[in-house]
Ligand binder design. Sequence first.
Ligand code: FAD
Length: 471
Amino acid sequence: MRPHHRRRAPTAQLPDHSAAGSGSEDLAMSRIAIVGAGPAGGTLAVWLARAGLHPLLIDAERSAGGAGWRGREGDGLRRAIAQARLDYRPETEVIDIAADRRLTLLGPSGQAVTETADCIVLAPGATERPLPVPGWTLPGVLGLGALQRLLKQDGMRPAGPLALVGSGPLLRLAADQMIAAGVHLSGIVDAGRPADLRLLSGLARRPGALARGAVMEMRRRLAGVPLYHDFPVAVHGAERVESVELSDGRRLEASLVGLGFGLQSNTELARLAGLTLAWNDAWSAWLPERDEEFQSSREGIFVLGDGAGLGGLTLAEAEGICLAAGLIEKAAKPLPPGLAVARRRASRRLPSLRKAGQALAVWSQISPAALRAIPDATIICRCEGTSVGSVRNALADGYRSPAAVKLASRAGMGLCQGRTCEAGLRAIVEAAGLPPADFPPGTVRLPLRPVPASAFVRTEPDSPEQGHRSA
Ligand SMILES: Cc1cc2nc3c(=O)[nH]c(=O)nc-3n(C[C@H](O)[C@H](O)[C@H](O)COP(=O)(O)OP(=O)(O)OC[C@H]3O[C@@H](n4cnc5c(N)ncnc54)[C@H](O)[C@@H]3O)c2cc1C
């Protein structure tokens, strides 16, 4: 890791937290809150619970497993969570982290509640990286993750023809899952760099992944699904999606389009918590800084898994195991049976898993020439209706900082706080020749998601009598 640009979010500093994380007895008595029940956070929570540390595990999803273990492969983790002694809150989102380590949670009741933790572990995973293509706002264009979710979690098989457009391993993985489910695919359009040498050398470290890739490629050929190496010109349709146009004028018929140009680490909570983010050359991304023990720039706040750099589920799980052993030792508790061996094995694998993850990220990158060819009229920010051209105009007018480009173009200033368009904005800026390391991610403001005001209104009875009556 070579951080050469640093940014500190302009939030209040945490008070010196010598109480948690430093003294072993303190940690044994303290509350550990984990955000994210995927392979990283879920694995960590289960081991901590086995050691008697009774963590709080918060996850936005209905069931644990995160993005990687949505299907049956997550059954083991879900069983372990159900049997463990921990405070598990599914369907609950963390919408704020305050300087005093107070988390604001929004759960199924619709009422915001606060929880204070002495030690917080952020394991929020990754998000999809959508890029603007003409017509990507048409009904019928979905993220690749949304398609996977429909299939794996909700058991819904999309009616074809389906065209998949994007780059990176998730594109091929999603295609393979659709082929296996018998979905009619009209084509896969890969705009990434599957033949990049860095990718191939990284994959050589993961012969298992290479073999799985070869099997997927064989299944694609057997199913007769065409693969195009191209950046799509446009998605067409009158009321909804009808076809995808390629650069040579060919059209792929599609009643549904899955779109996704790789993944990006989810750093929203890290930014909200005021952690230092640094530009990471190896991952080509702005990531939370952390030490060897996964601790961020703020004592007592740790970052794990894909949220700290895209590495895949094996790396996320390995990091969960290593941090669990570290925190249990800090709490002066004995390691539960099996954890010492699991930690040894996991920590041995961390360097090569990280290198493989960094190499895989290359696949998702799009050539600057393709990005420059996106027409000016293409919508980039759905909330504000801003076009790619207005971002380019802002750059041409000399607006160079992220805040200035946002203000001048209004891209990223809508309700979603740039969640959907920030990746596109960065891509357009990079393609215009501005170094990504000079363009730090935008500020995140609470609440993390648009939340109804009623979430913060207490409907407590005016008097005990009233309360008695209504009970
Ligand atoms: C859309 C998508 C599809 C993927 N598909 C595959 C696949 O098919 N096969 C594969 O091998 N890998 C897949 N991956 C990659 C794989 O999921 C990850 O590498 C792995 O799951 C990382 O584990 P993690 O624990 O770091 O994060 P995740 O597994 O992503 O888990 C993070 C969890 O944190 C929760 N979370 C995030 N923010 C908050 C918040 N504010 N409040 C509460 N909870 C929050 C999320 O809901 C999620 O459950 C996919 C990734 C994505 C993003």
